[in-house]
Write a protein that binds this ligand. Structure first.
Ligand SMILES: [Zn+2]
Length: 327
């Protein structure tokens, strides 16, 4: 299940983004905005600001906002967010569900004039978007519905500040965090037509529970499970590679856990279900608005094209990105 309505635009002006700290996501925290009628896309201009520069009066940033239509990602998923007001920032991806307009707040979290009937359709669509996002993140980071908590639940666990979201809102529509987790669990369990979730360049580990590379395939030796591997190929002739009906990816390199140095890999196609993501370097294509300038280095000028191409091959082998320019 691809998130067709996921849009990415990073809040590069926000101090949280520029702080640049990374996390290994261990859970997901669900928030709601308590700001009636401000939809997901609207938050970009509100929060893409620097606290240090005095442009915004709060040090805050979440990974995403969603409403009844769209999901807007404003931080890379593995970037440390400022959403929990506690230790959950070090472990949890945080997203905000936008609340519909037409009511107000009193006394912190009392929704005044909230028309349940009128807002039911909005709520269901936003709820579904939240479920879909959680399913996708669970797949990407090897999490389950049990790893999903609300801001209020985080506070009870002592890892988030004292807020009541989303417990002040979900019950109006007959839902709560348990029914939310159940909805995520159901999708995780029933969606068999899995999309390919790993990309070339991903660093992965083999689950400790795995025994065969794929159903009916060779047994995985213990030492292979100790390693980190890099995915070097995900298809063959532009088609997914299936073994016993399971989508497999090629683990073509091994990656040292400490030094991140790469060396010759096990060169085996492995069932995606047996893998967990450790690191995704090319996480996202940044939709950064600022054009980047590069300094390019010319290593030679040749009158003969073949000589130029031979040097390019050498450089490529040595790990440089290069190209031949004819002028
Ligand atoms: Zn919150």
């Amino acid at each position: 299940m691809a998130l067709s309505n996921l849009k990415t635009k990073y809040m590069t002006r926000n101090d949280c983004y520029t702080a640049g700290r990374k996390i290994t996501p261990k859970g997901i925290m669900v928030h709601s905005t308590a700001t009636p009628g401000v939809m997901a896309a609207d938050w970009f201009s509100r929060w893409n600001k620097s606290y240090k520069a005095g442009e915004i009066n709060r040090q805050v940033c979440v990974h995403a906002f969603l409403d009844d239509k769209e999901i807007w990602r404003y931080l890379p998923w593995n970037h440390r967010g400022w959403h929990a007001g506690g230790d959950a920032n070090n472990t949890h991806i945080g997203f905000e569900i936008c609340e519909p307009g037409g009511f107000s707040y009193s006394g912190g979290s009392n929704m005044v004039g909230y028309d349940v009937k009128k807002h039911e359709a909005y709520f269901r669509k936003a709820w579904q978007n939240a479920v879909n996002l959680c399913v996708s993140l669970c797949r990407e980071y090897g999490l389950s519905e049990k790893d999903i908590i609300s801001h209020a639940e985080g506070n009870k666990k002592g890892i988030a500040s004292k807020h009541s979201d989303v417990g002040h809102w979900f019950p109006k529509h007959g839902e709560n965090m348990d029914t939310f987790r159940a909805a995520v669990k159901q999708v995780l369990a029933t969606t068999d037509e899995k999309i390919q979730s790993f990309q070339v360049g991903d660093v992965v580990a083999i689950k400790s529970s795995a025994s065969k590379y794929y159903p009916g395939g060779p047994t995985i030796p213990g030492w292979v499970k100790e390693l980190h591997h890099k995915v070097t190929q995900t298809d063959f002739n532009n088609k997914p590679v299936l073994h016993a009906g399971k989508v497999c990816v090629l683990l073509g390199k091994r990656v040292d856990k400490k030094t991140k140095q790469e060396s010759a890999g096990i060169m085996t196609w492995v069932n995606e279900d047996e893998l967990v993501l450790v690191d995704r370097i090319r996480d996202d294509i940044e939709e950064d608005t600022q054009p980047k300038k590069y300094y390019r280095v010319q290593v030679g000028a040749f009158s003969n094209r073949e000589n130029a191409e031979n040097l390019m091959k050498e450089l490529t082998k040595a790990g440089f990105k290069c190209y031949v320019k004819y002028e």
